[in-house]
Design a protein around this ligand. Structure first.
Ligand SMILES: [Zn+2]
Length: 164
């Protein structure tokens, strides 16, 4: 299994600066979410086709299904995840996810608000959505602290909260 997700970093004590270094910009974070969600290549969330055009010139939906006859819809890595409908950048989502997964459930939305420079309301919503996806699979959530290859499957659900 080859992936670029830096699983060795998932452990207690990761510093904020290390997390920011891992996600220097939105593009890096978007790629990370894409690799975690689709380790075997991008699939259309609507019809499941793996014939997908990437890098379309669309501000929020850079992916397009090439199954034109039956689907042909535009989407992004946010589609059908807890990030759906959010205007927040991928970097904010990635950093928030890391903070929440590596600090267990102790991190407050006030701290998130300060660390990420987003509003209190935004911080609350981020924490709420991410925690909700944890609770859907608490066993996997607990595994994150001692993460290794086997928890990547759990992370896939936790980090992007893929809905079934
Ligand atoms: Zn499709």
């Amino acid at each position: 299994m080859s992936h670029k997700a830096p699983s060795k970093h998932y452990r207690k004590g990761i510093s904020l600066i290390e997390i920011f270094r891992m996600f220097p910009d939105d593009a890096t974070a978007e790629k990370w979410f894409t690799d975690v969600r689709w380790p075997d290549g991008v699939h259309c969330p609507h019809c499941g086709s793996d014939n997908v055009q990437t890098g379309a010139k669309h501000k929020t939906m850079p992916l397009r299904c090439r199954n034109y006859k039956e689907c042909g819809r535009k989407f992004s890595v946010k589609t059908e995840t807890v990030m759906e409908g959010s205007n927040l950048g991928y970097r904010v989502w990635a950093v928030a996810t890391f903070l929440l997964t590596t600090s267990l459930k102790s991190i407050s939305s006030t701290k998130l608000h300060q660390d990420l420079g987003v509003t209190q309301t935004t911080a609350w919503h981020l924490a709420y959505r991410i925690r909700n996806s944890f609770e859907e699979d608490d066993q996997n959530f607990n595994g994150v602290v001692e993460a290794d290859e086997s928890t990547l499957v759990g992370l896939k659900r936790i980090c992007i909260g893929i809905r079934n």
